[in-house]
Every structure is written in structure tokens, then in C-alpha cells.
Design a binder for this molecule. Structure first.
Ligand SMILES: NC(=O)c1ccc[n+]([C@@H]2O[C@H](COP(=O)([O-])OP(=O)(O)OC[C@H]3O[C@@H](n4cnc5c(N)ncnc54)[C@H](OP(=O)(O)O)[C@@H]3O)[C@@H](O)[C@H]2O)c1
Length: 273
């Protein structure tokens, strides 16, 4: 098993820096995909209520024979279930589907500013953390303004903010804000859902390093300190995406990747969900 670095969270726990994401894996394929990922050596699984495949994740975990404390499992509150009690009930349902006593990390999936309940929901998350049903709590798709409201109106700084981030969308401002506040940056769609991999600059770096385009992009993330969990249903790509810990990019490589910034997103803007 590859030694994946652990990233320290502001609550004293830690998260494996490289994991496996299960968005857009069909429910019927999920057990097989997660089982392969665990065999290959992934120990961090990024799930969500919205993905509709927590049962498959749970079956793969149960079948793996791994001890619970060898795994880091994240799930996220369904966008329709904001609210203090609702957040707790939704987690209980997730735990049932996952077959787990606790998740390592529970995230507010989207802030839904138009609904304006994320502060109340966060107070529910604080209570959940106190019960141990989620060991760490965090948010996803939060902009600086949303994080500032949590800071002003609640007592707990999120352990992580999980946001879309890749060379097209490096999220400089958010990353600097996170760094100042002790929030770990989790980079979702780290490969821009695969769309970035044909870019000639990335292909050129891949050729020069003798590695694949995906490996170059993942090495860039790890070098920045981001936590990532690329998704693939193909075992050869699962292996490839985990086999990146030895890659060191030169400053010139990082500069070349920085020039790709275009603001392009593969998913929606957080204010629009
Ligand atoms: N919090 C949120 O709102 C949010 C939103 C989106 C994603 N996420 C999380 O982030 C995880 C990853 O993001 P993502 O799934 O959107 O996109 P991604 O990991 O950037 O890219 C996945 C796509 O790239 C392909 N791919 C993977 N490895 C590859 C490789 N080595 N070479 C070539 N192609 C490769 C996959 O195809 P194959 O499967 O066919 O290999 C898939 O089409 C998700 O699974 C989810 O856990 C969170």
C-alpha cells in the first residue's frame, strides 16, 4: 500500500491527502469500484447523500475486511436537507446506508445562500460533532462570504472547505483565506472531470516527466497542499492516480500550469445551486 501523507485538520484529526471520489458512479457499479479502489490501496472515500450510492460504498467497506480506523469516509448533507434537526436525521440515514457508526467527515454540500439556512445547519453540525457521529465537520462550495458568516455567528471553524479546483480554476483567493483561518482545502473535480487532460501544456509536462497528464495534475495539487480524490471506474486509472507521490514538479512546471487559469468551471457556481 502506497504511503499517502496525512494532512492535519484544525480539530486535531487528520485526513489522507489522496483519496477516491464516487460522484457519477452508478449505484450498481459502486460496490465493485470502491472494492477495487480499496484493494489498490485507497483509504479515503469521498461520498455524498446526493450521489445516491452510499449503500454500494458501505458494502465495499464491509467486504474489505479493513479495520474502521484504517479508513477515512466522508459524506455530505443533501442540498434539500438544510436545518438543524434535518442535518442530524440525514446523517443517521447515511450511517445506516454506509453500515457505519460514524463518518470521519460530514460536509454541508452546498451553502444554498438563497435558502439562507446554512448557519442554522452548521449549528446542527456542531452538535453532531459533539456526539461523535461525525468525527470532523466541514463545508463544501462555500465562498469567503459564507465562511465569514460562520465565523461571525458560530463557534466552530470548518475543518475543510471542499471546492472545485484545478489548473483552470486555482482558487487563489479562497486558498489564501483557508490558509489564514486553518481550513484545509479539498479540491474537487481535480482533473476538471478529465477535460483538462488533453491540454497541450499538460501533455508536454507529462511527456517531459514520463508520466500521464492526470499524474502531473495530481502532483500539482499535492504540491499545493490540496486534498484530492479523483474518480475513476477503471482500475488501471485508479492505480495511476494513486501512483503520484514520487512526482516533484519544478518551479517552471508550476508556473506553466499557473498560466492555464481561465476561471472555467465544470460544475455550477455556488451562488447558483
Ligand atoms: N462537493 C462537491 O460539490 C463535489 C462536486 C464534484 C465532485 N466532487 C467530488 O470530487 C470527486 C472527483 O471529482 P469528479 O469526479 O467530478 O472529477 P475528476 O476526478 O476531476 O475526473 C473524473 C473523470 O476523469 C476521468 N479520469 C479519472 N482518472 C483519469 C486518468 N488517470 N486519465 C484519464 N481520465 C481519468 C474519469 O473517467 P473514468 O471513470 O471513465 O476513468 C472521469 O470521467 C468526485 O467523485 C466527488 O467525490 C465533489
Amino acid at each position: 500500500v502506497t504511503e499517502v501523507p496525512a494532512v492535519r485538520l484544525n480539530d486535531g484529526r487528520s485526513v489522507p491527502q489522496l483519496g477516491f471520489g464516487v460522484y457519477q458512479i452508478e449505484p450498481d457499479d459502486t460496490e465493485r469500484a470502491v472494492s477495487r479502489a480499496l484493494e489498490i490501496g485507497y483509504r479515503h472515500i469521498d461520498a455524498a447523500q446526493l450521489y445516491g450510492n452510499e449503500e454500494g460504498v458501505g458494502r465495499a467497506i464491509a467486504a474489505s475486511g479493513l479495520a474502521r480506523d484504517e479508513l477515512f469516509v466522508t459524506t455530505k448533507l443533501d442540498i434539500e436537507r438544510h436545518g438543524r434537526d434535518s442535518a442530524r436525521e440525514a446523517l443517521d440515514e447515511s450511517l445506516e446506508r454506509l453500515g457505519l457508526e460514524y463518518v470521519d467527515l460530514y460536509l454541508i454540500h452546498w451553502p444554498r445562500p438563497a435558502e439562507d439556512r446554512y448557519v442554522e445547519t452548521w449549528t446542527g453540525f456542531e452538535q453532531i460533532a459533539a456526539t461523535g457521529r461525525a468525527r470532523s465537520i466541514g463545508v463544501s462550495n462555500f465562498l469567503v462570504a459564507h465562511l465569514e458568516r460562520l465565523a461571525a455567528e458560530t463557534a466552530t471553524v470548518p475543518a475543510v472547505n471542499q471546492v472545485e479546483l484545478h489548473p483552470w480554476l486555482p482558487q487563489q483567493e479562497l486558498r489564501a483565506y483557508h490558509r489564514d483561518r486553518g481550513i484545509v482545502t479539498q479540491a474537487y473535480s481535480p482533473l476538471a472531470q478529465g477535460e483538462l487532460l488533453a491540454h497541450p501544456v499538460i501533455a508536454g509536462l507529462a511527456a517531459r516527466h514520463g508520466r500521464s497528464p492526470a499524474q502531473i495534475v495530481l502532483a500539482w495539487h499535492l504540491g499545493l497542499g490540496n486534498v484530492v480524490f479523483p474518480k475513476s471506474v477503471r482500475p488501471e486509472r485508479m492505480r495511476e492516480n494513486l501512483d503520484v507521490l514520487d512526482i516533484t514538479l519544478a518551479d517552471a512546471d508550476v508556473t506553466a500550469l499557473a498560466r492555464l487559469e481561465s476561471g472555467r468551471r465544470t460544475g455550477p457556481h455556488p451562488d447558483e445551486v
